[in-house]
Design a protein around this ligand. Structure first.
Ligand SMILES: NC(=O)c1ccc[n+]([C@@H]2O[C@H](COP(=O)([O-])OP(=O)(O)OC[C@H]3O[C@@H](n4cnc5c(N)ncnc54)[C@H](O)[C@@H]3O)[C@@H](O)[C@H]2O)c1
Ligand SMILES: [Zn+2]
Ligand SMILES: [Zn+2]
Length: 361
């Protein structure tokens, strides 16, 4: 059987998205059909629409989602109909060289649904990050469903499926922030604010938020920033050094994805400190650094893919912290919107009016 549902599709590079009829097949072996309850609007969806990820249009957008498993295909044991799940884009394979070495958070061969969702005329859709969740029902690999406590609000829980996990994980998993650390976060959108929340959870003593927008800095304080720096009003490297005894921060997290902010991160860390790049650059961007500085400053220059998370380990743990009132996921939900408001939400994201707009179905 096919399910005829409505979904948000990017048909052509740079053109406004539209709500289209989407045909979703019943789950085959290893697959699950999920009734989507909520899906956040992430900057990566906009990157897809702009052709910044690849040219495999049309895309079925949306990937930060939570919902209820409606049915499962043959051989699926990890989830069952009725389960409340967060969708992930890291269904680990268990077989690749990363998995075999016991580092499944790097899995190089993650699973997605094998069957394709299509437009009404049969055109195959490319689901964003192998999910595609601005749609009433979506088809994923069963391993892309992580069961969590159904007491959590779907709008808040879904955000762990991408941006919020990427930020928290950039701090906790990749940056290994620990008690007493000084941390600077450059770019305080949904991802950067999540890094701030992660640094607070991990016990960082000093958390410096850097952005070009005062509204973002105000919100960052609510997430746990102890100090704020508007980098339009002065050199952020000097400001971060001044706030850290003249030395720089132990961990600097770049959550913008631009050469100039990466360079700021590079120079704003203390000797032997860590830079974590979680912002996603575009193909034409380049960076030039004195190799002697790369050597002389020591430490680590790391990139964080999806916060180096392991969904089965991290999602249920973070949902528990949320339900205990120790991680305010609701604070990331600036507004809830309908499916046909995704294009407006891109504009609001561009203007910096929101942390996350969340489509609620
Ligand atoms: N690594 C991953 O796995 C992963 C996952 C999700 C998103 N991302 C990426 O993270 C980045 C941030 O995503 P988001 O959803 O928070 O985006 P966003 O647009 O909500 O936030 C970006 C923030 O950066 C600020 N900013 C822009 N230019 C700046 C500058 N020069 N200096 C300081 N701040 C500046 C903006 O004011 C804004 O607050 C994007 O590149 C996104 O693609 C990465
Ligand atoms: Zn693997
Ligand atoms: Zn995302």
């Amino acid at each position: 059987m096919q399910h005829e549902v409505r979904g948000v599709v990017a048909r052509k590079k740079g053109q406004p998205v539209s709500v289209e009829t989407v045909l979703v097949p019943d789950p085959g072996p290893g697959e699950a059909l999920v009734k989507v309850q909520a899906c956040g609007v992430c900057h990566t969806d906009l990157h897809y629409r702009e052709g910044g990820i690849n040219d495999e249009f049309p895309f079925l957008l949306g990937h930060e989602a939570a919902g209820i498993v409606e049915s499962v295909g043959e051989g699926v044991t990890e989830v069952a109909p009725g389960d409340f799940v967060i969708l992930n884009w890291r269904a680990v394979c268990g077989q690749c060289r990363a998995c075999r070495r016991g580092r499944p958070w790097y899995c190089f061969d993650t699973h997605n649904a094998k069957q394709k969702m299509t437009l009404a005329d049969g055109t195959e859709l490319s689901p964003a990050l192998g999910i595609g969740a601005f749609v009433e029902k979506t088809l994923v690999a069963a391993g892309q469903c992580t069961k969590v406590d159904p007491a959590a609000s779907p709008a808040a829980a879904g955000l762990l499926g991408c941006g919020v996990m990427a930020g928290i994980g950039a701090a906790i998993n990749t940056g290994a922030v620990t008690r007493g650390d000084s941390v600077a976060v450059i770019g305080c959108g949904g991802v950067g604010d999540a890094a701030i929340a992660g640094a607070r959870l991990a016990g960082a003593a000093r958390i410096i938020a850097v952005d070009v927008d005062d509204r973002k800095l105000e919100w960052a304080k609510g997430m746990g920033a102890t100090h704020t720096v508007n980098s339009r009003q002065g050199d952020p490297v000097a400001a971060i050094r001044e706030l850290t005894g003249g030395f720089g921060a132990d961990v600097v997290i770049e959550a913008v994805g631009r050469p100039e902010t990466y360079e700021q991160a590079f120079y704003a860390r203390d000797l032997a400190g860590t830079v974590v790049l979680v912002g996603v650059p575009t193909p034409e961007m380049k960076i030039e650094l004195p190799l002697l500085e790369v050597f002389g400053r020591g430490g680590a220059l790391k990139s964080s893919w999806y916060g180096d998370c392991l969904p089965s380990r991290d999602f249920p743990m973070l949902i528990d912290l949320y339900l205990q009132g120790r991680l305010d996921l609701d604070a990331f939900v600036s507004e809830t919107i309908a499916l046909d408001e995704v294009e407006d939400a891109f504009d609001k994201m561009h203007r910096g009016d929101v942390l996350r707009s969340v489509v609620v179905l």
